[in-house]
Ligand binder design. Structure first.
Ligand code: SF4
Ligand code: SF4
Length: 316
């Protein structure tokens, strides 16, 4: 079931950045810790403006695409990512806001986020998320520059870019979509973020892979049980012509904003035990057994912090 049927896909429209409630999203950003704010500043003001570098008019021809593909993948690995794959871009998956992007390949990569820091579900976890987003964008800018120096068009794609990163990562064979709406990777579990560079360089695409995670999700449902917003559908839905796991974004948003980006669904996912954070997840799972569900998790967060999880007034 690692394959996704996109035969009836229609182009998605990217949700509003920060969520549908603009005032609450603004207060969410204002409440970020200083390191997260610095990362956001660097991404928006330094990296985004240079995401599409000038192209060298003296193109290096590529007589051996498999060899060139491996050279590019190794270049990305050397930049410090934890996994990389290549997707063939299907125009039906591009955001409507992307217009007619002419690139044919997406080089998609993931960088792990420290599991213990993420499981904190507080300001420290927000710093970690934005540290990794910044590193992903820095990697993408450097990679796009290298590809442009070969004489091919390339653009760094941040998480608010032209392509849906989770779908592209699945098409690049990096993992499978989980019931919690994020990618699950055999290497990084659910504790990572994605970045991409799109290009017209003739690289070999990997294609989706079956890791057996979809079957696990069908029988599991831990994320549904622990979600405080009751936002994770237990069954697949048809979204933009694709039958897939789906999260009710408006139901997620209040807790996403309240809990510094929340991420409870990612941290409770038992498939974390398969990747590089297996040891950390097994230690955390003892706490999960005691907390049992979303209510218990919120009580634990409240006991560990000064947060009153039923009081949303700081975001209203
Ligand atoms: S918690 Fe269970 S159902 Fe949810 S994504 Fe992970 S494996 Fe799938
Ligand atoms: S981020 Fe939190 S509120 Fe949103 S789906 Fe995950 S667990 Fe639910």
């Amino acid at each position: 079931m690692g394959k996704i049927d996109i035969s009836n896909a229609t182009r998605p429209t990217r949700a509003r950045i920060g969520g549908s409630d603009r005032d609450r999203a603004a207060r969410f950003s204002k409440r970020m810790p200083p390191a997260a704010k610095r990362s956001v500043f660097l991404r928006n003001n330094v990296l985004l403006p240079i995401r599409t570098p000038p192209v060298n008019p003296e193109r290096t021809e590529i007589p051996d695409p498999p060899q060139a593909t491996e050279v590019i993948k190794q270049l990305v690995r050397d930049m410090g990512v934890d996994d990389v794959g290549i997707a063939e871009i299907d125009r039906r998956l591009l955001f409507t806001q992307a217009g007619e992007l002419q690139h044919t390949r997406a080089i998609v990569y993931g960088i792990a986020m420290s599991f213990d820091t993420m499981a904190d579900i507080g300001p420290r976890s927000q710093d970690e998320v934005h540290r990794v987003y910044r590193k992903l964008d820095e990697t993408g800018v450097r990679l796009a520059q290298h590809i442009a120096a070969y004489g091919y068009n390339a653009s760094m794609q941040p998480n608010e870019g032209d392509v849906p990163l989770v779908a592209m990562a699945q098409m690049a064979g990096l993992g499978e979509l989980g019931k919690h709406g994020s990618l699950i990777s055999p290497k990084m579990g659910a504790s990572f973020r994605l970045g991409a560079v799109t290009t017209d360089m003739p690289l070999l695409a990997d294609g989706p892979k079956d890791f057996g995670f979809d079957e696990v999700c069908t029988k599991c449902g831990v994320c549904t049980r622990f979600c405080p917003g009751d936002a994770i559908n237990p069954d697949k839905q048809v979204v933009n012509g694709i039958e897939r796991w789906h999260v009710d974004t408006p139901a997620c948003e209040p807790y996403f904003h309240k809990l510094y980006g929340c991420k409870i669904c990612l941290m409770v996912c038992p498939l974390n035990s398969r990747g590089m954070f297996g040891q950390e997840f097994r230690a955390a799972s003892k706490v999960l057994v005691q907390t049992k569900d979303a209510k218990g998790m919120l009580q634990l967060i409240e006991a560990r912090t000064d947060m009153n999880y039923e009081d949303f007034s700081d975001l209203e």
